[in-house]
Design a binder for this molecule. Structure first.
Ligand code: IPE
Ligand code: IPE
Ligand code: MG
Ligand code: MG
Ligand code: MG
Length: 325
């Protein structure tokens, strides 16, 4: 049977069996709402694929994988408050459907739940798993803070932007793979290469997310299109546009990106997007994204395992790279 599909089904079953019919419902309903929405569930899949790559028993990696998915969902619930995002996975965000206080508390509970699931594997590997998990969790917060800091800055260097997305997004993909490899007791060198595969893939993944935010289809992508422009996010698209803009376009970009997120949103998004289009930032972003994707495969090729065994990871990474949602 197709391993990617089988592992995906196991994760879905595990999530589907979680019981959130608890008191008080004001706390648990938003958690159930978030966890049952689906999403791609790519991080737990990476954990299982990594465990399997080294011949590990995926049963031992299931709860650690679940733990990462719950943590990821927690970050989304809080991220939507920070980004003032109305829509996620085609549905109203938690803080919009309920309110920010409820979203904060649901998120806090999910963070603690993530730890309880991470404990459910062989005791001897738990300390190592928690070390990797906690390091990634802290780095995600560092990345999120940079992301917000950058909203207030006129410009940001490309290097600082890449570091920000490495922290807010890529480290969790790296950690998902690392934890799977730990469950299989892989050797240090392989774990390092697999982690770096995740980092480079994660950077490509966030570049794609930034692209889809402007050029994706709202129906498929499930988020409010142009949200990053509205929120003055210093994405690679914006930074490249600013770098390549003539004086007039530069003034316009700077004007729009000094406006609050709720001012003339539609006009702002359309005006900025037309500058992006005339400069051709989509193609430029796709090119650097491809570079990160190829580098990720380079790290994977250094992992000591037969090419045949790596094919599922290569296939899955390629799907992420080509995704439309
Ligand atoms: C969204 O992650 C946040 C980013 C890091 C870009 P995903 O694109 O994995 O979200 P879901 O879980 O599939 O909805
Ligand atoms: C999200 O980045 C990263 C984390 C949630 C940690 P984004 O803010 O771009 O993610 P989306 O687009 O809202 O999913
Ligand atoms: Mg964000
Ligand atoms: Mg966001
Ligand atoms: Mg985004």
């Amino acid at each position: 049977m197709d391993k990617i599909r089988y592992f995906g089904d196991r994760i879905s079953q595990l999530i589907g069996a979680l019981d959130f019919q608890k008191e008080p419902p004001e706390l648990y309903d938003p958690i159930a709402y978030t966890m049952n929405q689906g999403g791609k569930r790519l991080r737990p899949l990476l954990t299982l694929l990594a465990c399997d790559l080294f011949g590990g028993n995926i049963e031992k990696a299931l709860y650690p994988a679940l733990s990462i998915e719950v943590f990821h969902n927690f970050t989304l619930v809080h991220d939507d408050i920070m980004d003032k995002a109305p829509l996620r996975r085609g549905k109203e965000t938690v803080f919009k459907k309920w309110n920010p206080d409820i979203a904060i508390l649901a998120g806090d509970t999910m963070f603690a739940l993530a730890y309880t699931y991470a404990l459910k594997t062989d005791a001897e590997i738990v300390p190592e798993i928690l070390t990797v998990f906690s390091k990634a969790a802290i780095e995600v917060c560092e990345g999120q803070q940079y992301d917000m800091n950058f909203e207030q800055l006129q410009s940001v260097s490309i290097e600082d932007y890449i570091n920000m997305i490495r922290l807010k997004t890529a480290v969790l993909l790296g950690a998902s793979l690392e934890i799977g490899a730990i469950c299989a007791r892989a050797n240090t060198e392989d774990v390092r290469n697999l982690y770096n595969f995740g980092i480079e893939l994660g950077i490509a993944f966030q570049l794609k997310d930034d692209l889809l935010d402007v050029y994706g289809d709202t129906e498929t992508f499930g988020k409010f299109k142009g949200g990053d422009i509205a929120a003055n996010k210093k994405t690679y698209l914006f930074l490249k546009a600013l770098e390549k803009a003539g004086p007039e376009q530069r003034d316009q970009l700077q004007y729009w990106f000094s406006q609050p997120s709720d001012r003339d949103v539609e006009l702002k998004i359309n005006s900025v997007k037309s500058i992006f289009d005339s400069i051709g930032v989509q193609a430029i972003t796709e090119e650097i994204m491809t570079g990160y994707f190829e580098r990720s495969l380079g790290f994977l090729s250094r992992v000591e395992a037969k090419t045949e065994q790596k094919k599922d990871l290569v296939e899955f990474a390629t799907r992420l790279f080509n995704r439309t949602h």
